[in-house]
Design a protein around this ligand. Structure first.
Ligand code: F6R
Ligand code: MG
Ligand code: MG
Length: 377
């Protein structure tokens, strides 16, 4: 019997701004799943990272399972009622449609899931990020699964010699899923050419070419593609199976020490370094910095072990300090240049409106007076 891991997350309201959910909100979501999961789930956990609540669950119903998705949707709806009752900020923010329609994809919540035959021991990592978007995982995944400078297993472990295949989604194509699968190491340069643009090309999944087994699943939701306007950054989640024919836990964690600059931060409109944090960390400086947490589990016959907080180790304290310095440094240049995202990626419409308002005041030099007379506002 195959096991399915499903992770679904949503921002449905938080205390004190876009910082973290209330205890009662978390308990409501957990209680809803507890009350309604019988006959459907084997196990589940409810956690938060920043202002996002994630339901991680196991079952045998396969990916995109209607009942499982409905349960998560209803749990978030129940949470939204509490968020409204408590007057929390952004109550129901990520529930962008009124009615459930078969599965939560395209309705607002982010989903990462995979189905597999459990190995004798099945360790995996659950990542949750806040104040950033799904492309934030592009670089860490590329380095962990395709670069022997970060993943020594690619040259030391024969079970990884054939490399991995990357399925990459063009998230700007909103009519339907537009995906491409490329093989590492042969097509490394093609993979890099796409991943360099994390706002458009996002790793959706990774498979072992040795065993055909799926190693990683990333949520690729783009909230503003669904809503057509600002609704908050997408705050992606990700599942990664580790060890054996997959990279070791430490090889998947290692690239997060870069604190690479990612899109998000304040108003989803800036670049900031991605800080690996302990679980249950909110956001702070400039509504950030963008954060990522990682819970390590084993799943056995669908039962989840206790979680180990992968970034709760003295090594990462120094990384966090370095990332704070990077965040301070880029913030010193305010709105200028690379500190703020390009026009098309701004999550707020203010600049677009401003440029429209200024349009009629531009003049083309060298035209005769008649042509260059500014239009009346
Ligand atoms: C970013 C985010 C926050 C808000 C900011 C302003 O994803 O959630 O940075 O954009 O706090 O929020 P509003 O416009 O709701 O006052
Ligand atoms: Mg929010
Ligand atoms: Mg969030």
């Amino acid at each position: 019997m195959k096991t399915t891991l499903t992770a679904i997350k949503a921002d449905i309201g938080s205390v004190g701004g876009h910082i973290q959910p209330s205890r009662r909100l978390l308990e409501t979501v957990l209680e809803h799943v507890k009350q309604h999961h019988r006959g459907m789930l084997i196990d589940f956990r409810v956690t938060y990272t920043g202002d996002d609540i994630a339901i991680l669950c196991t079952h045998t119903g396969g990916v995109c399972n209607e009942e499982v998705h409905r349960l998560a949707w209803d749990a978030f709806k129940a949470g939204t009622d509490v968020a409204k009752d408590q007057g929390l900020y952004g109550a129901g923010q990520d529930l962008l449609k009124d009615a459930f329609a078969g599965n939560v994809r395209g309705l607002g919540p982010a989903v990462a899931e995979m189905e597999f035959e459990e190995r004798t021991a099945e360790p995996f990592l659950f990542f949750a990020a806040d104040k950033t978007d799904p492309g934030a995982y592009n670089l860490p995944l590329y380095l962990a699964f395709a670069d022997p400078m970060y993943c020594s297993g690619l040259i030391l472990s024969p079970s990884m010699f054939r490399g991995f295949s990357f399925t990459i989604m063009d998230v700007n194509h909103v009519e339907a899923d537009r995906v491409i699968t490329l093989n590492a190491p042969e097509e490394l340069y093609d993979i890099a050419s796409l991943l360099r643009d994390p706002e458009r090309f996002v790793i959706e999944s990774i498979h072992s070419r040795q065993t055909g087994e799926q190693a990683a699943a990333v949520s690729t939701t783009r909230l503003h593609n669904i809503a057509g306007k600002y609704t908050g950054k997408d705050d992606p989640i990700m599942l990664v199976r580790v060890q054996g024919a997959f990279p070791a836990t430490g090889e998947v964690l290692a690239p997060f020490n870069l604190g690479a600059y990612v899109a998000g931060f304040m108003r989803g409109s800036h670049n900031g370094p991605l800080m690996p944090v302990k679980q249950n960390t909110g956001t702070s400086f400039f509504d950030g910095p963008p954060i990522v947490s990682c819970a390590a589990y084993c799943v056995h016959k669908g039962r989840l072990s206790g979680a180990v907080d992968a970034f709760d180790h003295p090594y990462w304290d120094r990384v966090r300090q370095k990332v704070s310095d990077k965040a301070t440094e880029i913030r010193r240049q305010g709105f200028f240049g690379n500190a703020m995202l390009p026009y098309a990626e701004l999550e707020y419409g203010g600049i677009v409106q401003k440029l429209k308002d200024l349009e009629h005041r531009f003049q083309i030099r060298g035209l005769d007076m008649k042509d260059s007379t500014p239009e009346k506002p």
